[in-house]
Design a protein around this ligand. Structure first.
Ligand SMILES: *Cc1c(COP(=O)(O)O)cnc(C)c1O
Length: 345
């Protein structure tokens, strides 16, 4: 890996962060807060939240088996995705490399930040070759985005290929593990020490059942986390979210039960789909959704919408012609989908 300073935009490296009121005093037990122009009434929502989310990180660290210094928390993983562009990619000069198809936000953030986004097509098994990815990098390639299990294809990537990219790429590798909870593959979180260029993304939006609270996690070296923390909005994770997330962390056993149920429901849906005449193929999934090739994605999508059932039409995405992406729901929801598709002519 190149030195972090060399990978970072000079203005960001030199940036002196905004110093929020709650950052400045430390180590004293204060009880009179007359420093932040808050209203003293209407507790507990009258006070600014902890900008560094210390309690939440302290609760999260042992569950993820990392140190609090390895954790960045943001307004969804989407915030972390945007921040890596802003920290490392000089607009109109640097570029990033990603697989295709994959999660759409990488390209959106690249476009917003005016950073060249280079796509490498997956093969027909939806796998990538490390050599092909590395071949399109140059001295201006700062980031490589990988998403495993990948959205929308649903599959895990081969571990050897991911590790090859981590070993051979000089820049940073963002590995999005939004769906890792549903997969048998171990997370790359245990490899943070081995790979200083690794940034792992996870989220509260999927297995943790908390999409509404907007909480994403990035895990990396303390140096990388320090850079992201320096450029984030001071109060990027609000008090209600921090509180709800801590509550969820105490109920992690429920998450385990949900995941177990959803994996069984995924198998149930897949089995039922095999018997449907409009279904041509079901792609194997390591996530809480699966991709399926149907006779006419647009027509079936519209047919389902008319019945009040919404799936994702991926027809216009690379390698996904006539494909729908189906999220696993409750048994009642899954049965409504199956029943509707049985009636489709
Ligand atoms: C859903 C999803 C996320 C989650 O984004 P949040 O902003 O945390 O809700 C991240 N990456 C991928 C690939 C996803 O599908």
């Amino acid at each position: 890996m190149k030195a972090l300073k060399e990978l970072t935009r000079p203005n960001i490296w030199d940036l002196k962060p905004y110093s929020s009121v709650r950052d400045e005093y430390k180590g004293v037990e204060a009880s009179v807060f007359l420093d932040a122009n808050e209203n003293p009434y209407n507790g507990p929502h009258n006070r600014y939240p902890d900008p560094m989310q210390r309690d939440l990180k302290a609760a999260l660290a042992p569950i993820k088996k990392v140190a609090p210094e390895n954790i960045f928390l943001g307004n969804g993983s989407d915030e972390a995705i945007d921040l890596v562009f802003r920290a490392f990619c000089e607009p109109a000069e640097d570029n990033v490399v990603a697989i295709d198809p994959t999660y759409g936000m990488y390209q959106v953030c690249a476009d917003v930040n005016n950073v060249d986004y280079r796509k490498v097509l997956l093969n027909e098994d939806f796998q990538f070759s490390a050599d092909q990815l590395l071949a399109v990098t140059d001295e201006h390639t700062k980031l490589i985005f990988l998403c495993s299990p990948n959205n929308p294809t649903g599959n895990n990537f081969l571990r050897e290929e991911i590790e090859k990219v981590l070993n051979e790429f000089e820049g940073l590798v963002i590995l999005d593990e939004a769906y890792n909870d549903f997969s048998d593959e171990p997370s790359f979180l245990t490899k943070l020490d081995k790979y200083p260029n690794l940034i792992v993304l996870q989220t509260f939006s999927k297995a943790w059942g908390c999409a509404a609270i907007r909480l994403g996690m990035a895990f990396a070296s303390p140096e990388i986390i320090g850079l992201l923390s320096k450029i984030k909005y001071p109060y990027n994770v609000n008090q209600l979210t921090q509180k709800q997330a801590i509550e969820m962390l105490h109920r992690y056993y429920e998450v385990e039960r949900w995941v177990e149920t959803l994996i069984k429901e995924r198998a149930y849906l897949e089995e039922s789909f095999v018997a449907l005449s409009c279904v041509e193929k079901i792609y194997p999934s390591d996530a809480n959704f699966f991709l399926t090739k149907v006779s006419d994605a647009k027509a079936i999508y519209n047919y389902l919408v008319a019945k009040g059932i919404i799936v994702r039409n991926r027809n216009s995405i690379a390698l996904c012609k006539d494909c729908l992406r189906v999220t696993v729901g409750t048994r009642v929801e899954n049965d409504r989908l199956i029943e509707a598709l049985q009636q489709y002519k």
